[in-house]
Design a protein around this ligand. Structure first.
Ligand SMILES: *Cc1c(COP(=O)(O)O)cnc(C)c1O
Length: 452
């Protein structure tokens, strides 16, 4: 008898609701504030940027929100996604631990991002929107939204962080195949981009800068809306399909997790995996340790300050209370482009402050080593972002080897690395180094925090 390595669900078992963790928390998260008045922002303040359906989800106090049938129809193309038991990796590590991973690389765009891109495009289309803007780091969000807007007949303009625009040209091709227009950011097309270029014509860009550019264009044009691929409550909400499925799949496997480990950029795939498990933990049904892994070069949770800051570099977004390295901090161009964000989801930051999750920072060479070991045992080539989750899971499994503990580890491989082969080439030829924690750059950026 072969051992089971893959746990699948029937279409009929697919979750039909998203889970909102907010009403279950012991204290509500601090509200976003208007940068001028410092009053909490209301739905009408966000209306120039987002459709009302998403704004209402952003502030919802309902525990569950129905997934529209049109969205479920698209989800069914790749959902439920598989949960794997990493038996070959376990053997290679010689660990008594069990390692499970939820794999989101089977979506058309190759990551978890379509889980929110599809509903975001759907709600915009429902409100008659014909054009949207967005930013993208590594290109995963831009390609996910390009795919989703193509399905719903919406035009899309994308600002891609310059460092990734250079490193990952095929993500741009992907976005163009789905009909989007792509600009390298900072670009001369916006006031925010021009201001950065004046200072530094060779700026590698950052998510914060690219957000400023995309928000500027949407805010100035009546019928253009903006979409964000992470950070906001409604994005984390949409991603909870990952954790809801994983709960059912682990149940089929007959296991409950002792440790959940995920990578964090803005926090959405980690929240998507962990929030349904945190619900079970708060209800006393299980007691997993929940651990976020961030890049040592951009460690907003472990080294950032918990305070109100802007979500973008130019200071156009509402002030959000979050763990931040400062809105004008430009992280070194590490290969996990999707993790190069100065801040962290305010909801996840709040949950971290409540002590419900812990955080660890790992250098990129350890992550690439883990990714190679994973690819050579499990076959899947992970994106550089989830290589952080894999490195965290390997650390835990090796610790279990020391102690002899048979822990159940659950992690998420939230995207494949087929567009990241240039980064792998560089690692294989010994050309990738760790970036020291940029103490000076961070304290400089933290000195520019907004006063409030
Ligand atoms: C965007 C992205 C991330 C980082 O974003 P989160 O919101 O933290 O999930 C991580 N991994 C992949 C594959 C991504 O596309």
């Amino acid at each position: 008898m072969g051992e089971t390595v893959k746990y699948i669900l029937d279409e009929a078992e697919m979750p039909t609701q998203w889970y909102n963790i907010v009403p279950d928390l012991p204290a509500p998260p601090p509200p976003p504030l208007h940068p001028g008045t410092h009053e909490p922002v209301g739905p009408e303040d966000l209306a120039p940027l987002f459709p009302m359906a998403l704004i209402l989800q952003e502030v919802s106090s309902d525990s569950y929100i129905d997934i529209p049938g049109e969205v479920l129809d698209v989800y069914r193309q790749w959902r439920p996604s598989p949960l794997y038991r990493a038996r070959r990796l376990e053997k290679a590590l010689d660990t008594p631990a069990k390692i499970y991973y939820k794999y989101e690389g089977t979506s058309p765009a190759g990551s978890h991002k379509p889980n929110t891109a599809v509903p975001q495009a759907f709600y915009n289309a429902q409100e008659g929107i014909k054009k949207m803007t967005t930013e993208t780091g590594a290109g995963q969000w831009g390609s996910a939204l390009a795919y989703a807007t193509a399905l719903f007949g919406i035009e899309l303009e994308v600002w891609q962080v310059a460092a990734s625009f250079e490193q990952k040209p095929y993500r741009k091709s992907m976005m163009e195949i789905w009909g989007a227009t792509v600009h390298s950011s900072p670009s001369p097309l916006t006031a925010a981009g021009r201001a950065i270029l004046e200072d530094d014509p060779n700026s590698p860009g950052s998510l914060g800068i690219a957000i400023s550019e995309a928000v500027e264009v949407a805010a100035q044009t009546e019928d253009i809306r903006y979409a964000l691929g992470s950070v906001l409550n409604h994005v984390l909400l949409h991603q909870t399909v990952i954790g809801e499925e994983a709960l059912l799949q682990l149940e089929k496997a007959g296991d409950t997790p002792d440790v959940l480990i995920g990578c964090v950029g803005g926090g959405s795939n980690f929240a998507g995996l962990s929030f349904p498990f945190l619900r079970e933990k708060m209800a006393g049904n299980m007691a997993p340790v929940v651990r976020a892994i961030e890049p040592a070069a951009c460690p907003s949770m472990t080294r950032g300050v918990y305070t109100y800051d802007f979500g973008d570099t130019a200071g156009m977004t509402p002030l959000m209370k979050m763990h931040t390295l400062g809105h004008d901090f430009v992280p070194d161009p590490i290969h996990a482009g999707g993790l190069r964000y100065h801040g962290m989801s305010p909801l996840l930051s709040h949950i971290y402050e409540l002590g419900l999750v812990e955080a660890v920072a790992i250098d990129q060479t350890e992550c690439f080593e883990g990714a190679l070991q994973f690819a050579r045992t499990e076959g899947i080539v992970p994106a550089p972002e989830p290589s952080h989750a894999i490195a965290g899971a390997i650390r835990e499994a090796l610790a279990c080897k020391e102690t002899g503990e048979e822990k159940v580890i659950l992690t998420a491989v939230c995207g494949h690395g087929h567009f990241d082969l240039a980064a792998y080439d560089r690692f294989l030829s010994g050309d990738i180094e760790d970036h020291e924690y940029p103490e000076g750059k961070v304290s400089e950026a933290l000195s520019h925090l907004p006063s409030w």
